[in-house]
Design a binder for this molecule. Structure first.
Ligand code: ASP
Length: 586
């Protein structure tokens, strides 16, 4: 028998029991004739004492960090208790010690505040995963997954697995492809999402589907992206947008309640247009205010050519920072918005000092009354600072969004323990791209326009297409998109029209999506769905902005798994079998 208890189980009430524990040596301390060993497993740490037994004691002094041992002994009340540990009232007086396995000295300490750098920890991820701080995240993830399954199965959803080897139909991101040995020169693709399959399941009549599923996207990796990630993927038939929002608001609330003990209030809703106008983002962080105020009418025609020539003049009000935001900080913020990542040409501020004076670099163009009038738009008071950007509408909004988030962080207004979800609804159906002179699907090609706009979509002109709105929605939490979906097209003609608008010829559409168009001819029900980014949901719920911490074996920024060293070259024989030509350059 390896253990009667785990290393987190024993309490004062267990005193005098004879127990056996197994685990890893977290630390050893020699103390005169006594040796203390902290024994660790996933459940906790228990202190073992070796005393009055020279042979045992000697063996204990030879234990290294991360040795795997089994100890038999007697539970005893500790004289010096450790209130920071669940087992801190007791210790085990060892009677037997067995070394189950030895360990090399680990390359970093297995502690919450480890001394290991990122790269080293990823290379030895199995050791990193021994740390309680990392284990905690995976336990949390598992708990959230269980609660998702409980809730959805309670609502009558069926979990169905869809294939991982599918057909390449790149639309959004690039596909990862897999060569087929049995079909020379042909390739499967790994799914970017089970989108078309879940729609087919609705055609088949499953009515309510979900799947916690891996998705693969060959994108250039940004900080918070992984080439393979997990979705909670869902689809329902005979539903309107309203039904979907209610069902998945329910899911989100259930998960918050059961995994965090938090009751979320009813989720507010905001249209895409409103979100862009008020926050310059389709995923606004509404934990804090500072919404945009447009200022064209009060700032133009006063002789300030930068504002006069701008399509949009727009600002935000930072409350109570006038004293703290010295000239040095203001010029730092100006440099910050001028960085190429943000791309603003400059930053105008108006400072309402505590002493009632107003300071602004544009005061030569604007009288005190003008500046007061601008301030009044924000309800600005003494102590507040306005920040104003100007230029082309979309760009300026994006830049001000970045500045708003930066100020929100600097001002401590983005508390990770506070949760403010919202639905962003009424996304545009299509996005026109000047450069390539074509439309792109804002969500994906299967999204339906609003029901009342279907006739305009079938018959309208170019301008009409630009203004189509979709029954598409995102669930946003603390400025992070954690879910998104739409009501789908379920009519062959409308779907064909959409493919055509997206620049596909009829032949291309047939070759890529003939199966779906065909299915729509056999009684496809109205349907719609949503997918949550599961890794991200876990991260945001934990107040973390790193999804990697919630993935057992993540990839690094170059898309590499540095532990197993993948991707890697494969040998010529494998390539040959796969009918992939080997070219060796001299
Ligand atoms: N398949 C979509 C996505 O991956 C989600 C959906 O529309 O249900 O974003």
């Amino acid at each position: 028998m390896y253990r009667t208890h785990n290393c987190g189980a024993l309490r004062l009430s267990d005193a005098n029991k004879e127990v056996t524990l197994s685990g890893w040596v977290d630390a050893t301390r020699a103390f005169g004739p006594m040796t203390f060993v902290d024994l660790r497993d996933r459940y906790g740490i228990t202190q073992i004492v070796f005393e009055n037994n020279e042979v045992l004691n000697k063996k204990a002094t030879g234990l290294g960090r991360e040795f795997v041992i089994k100890v038999k002994g007697l539970v005893r009340e500790r004289t010096a208790k450790n209130p920071n540990r669940a087992t801190g009232d007791i210790e085990i007086v060892a009677q037997e010690l067995e070394i189950l396995n030895v360990s090399k000295t680990p390359p970093f300490t297995i502690k919450d505040d480890t001394d290991g750098g990122d790269d080293l920890r990823m290379k030895y991820r199995y050791l990193d995963l021994r740390r309680a701080a990392v284990q905690k995240n995976l336990f949390f993830r598992s708990q959230v997954a269980i609660e998702v399954r409980k809730y959805l199965s309670g609502e009558g959803f069926i979990e169905v697995e869809t294939p991982n080897l599918i057909k390449s139909t790149p639309e959004g991101a690039r596909d990862f492809v897999v060569p087929s040995r049995m079909n020379a020169g042909q390739f499967y693709a790994l799914p970017q999402s089970p989108q078309t399959f879940k729609q087919l399941l609705m055609v088949s009549g499953f009515d309510k589907y979900f799947q916690i599923v891996k998705c693969f996207r060959d994108e250039d990796l940004r900080a918070d992206r992984q080439p393979e990630f997990t979705q909670i993927d869902c689809e329902m038939a005979f539903v309107t947008q309203e039904d979907i929002l209610n069902t998945f608001e329910g899911l989100t609330k259930h998960v918050f309640k059961t995994a965090l003990g938090i009751d979320l209030p009813t989720f507010p809703r905001m249209t895409y247009d409103e979100a862009m106008k008020l926050y310059g983002s389709d995923k606004p962080d509404i934990r804090f205010g500072m919404s945009f105020v447009e200022l064209n009418d009060v700032t133009q025609n006063k002789g300030f050519s930068v504002f006069d020539s701008a399509e949009l003049v727009v600002g935000i009000c930072a409350k109570g920072v006038a004293t703290a935001y010295t000239n040095k900080i203001l010029s730092e913020l100006t440099d910050w918005v001028k960085r190429p990542q943000i791309g603003a040409k400059g930053l105008v501020y108006i400072k309402f000092e505590e002493d009632g004076t107003i300071k602004s670099p544009i005061s030569k163009f604007y009288s005190e009354e003008d500046l007061q009038a601008i301030g009044a738009r924000f309800g600005a008071q003494k102590g507040d600072v306005l920040f104003i950007l100007s230029g082309e509408t979309d760009k300026t909004r994006k830049q001000l969004n970045e500045l708003r988030l930066e100020l929100g962080s600097r001002m401590g207004l983005r508390n990770p323990a506070e949760f403010k979800p919202l639905w962003v609804v009424d996304f545009p159906l299509l996005e026109w791209d000047e450069e390539t002179q074509r439309f792109y699907a804002m969500h994906h090609p299967f999204t339906s326009p609003k029901r009342e706009q279907i006739p305009s979509m079938l018959n309208g002109d170019h301008e009409t297409m630009k203004n189509l709105r979709a029954d598409a929605y995102d669930l946003v939490l603390n400025g992070v998109e954690i879910g998104g979906g739409s009501i789908r097209i379920y009519d062959r003609d409308l779907q064909s029209k959409n493919f055509k608008l997206l620049g596909m010829t009829e032949e291309e559409a047939e070759a890529k999506f003939g199966f779906l168009l065909g299915a729509f001819e056999y009684g496809a029900p109205p349907h719609g769905g949503i997918a949550f980014g599961f890794d991200r949901l876990c991260a945001v719920m934990s107040g973390s902005n790193s999804i990697r911490d919630f993935i057992a074996f993540p990839k690094n920024n170059q898309g590499r798994d540095v532990m197993i060293d993948a991707p890697s070259v494969i040998d010529d024989k494998q390539l040959e079998e796969l009918n992939i030509a080997v070219t060796i350059e001299a």
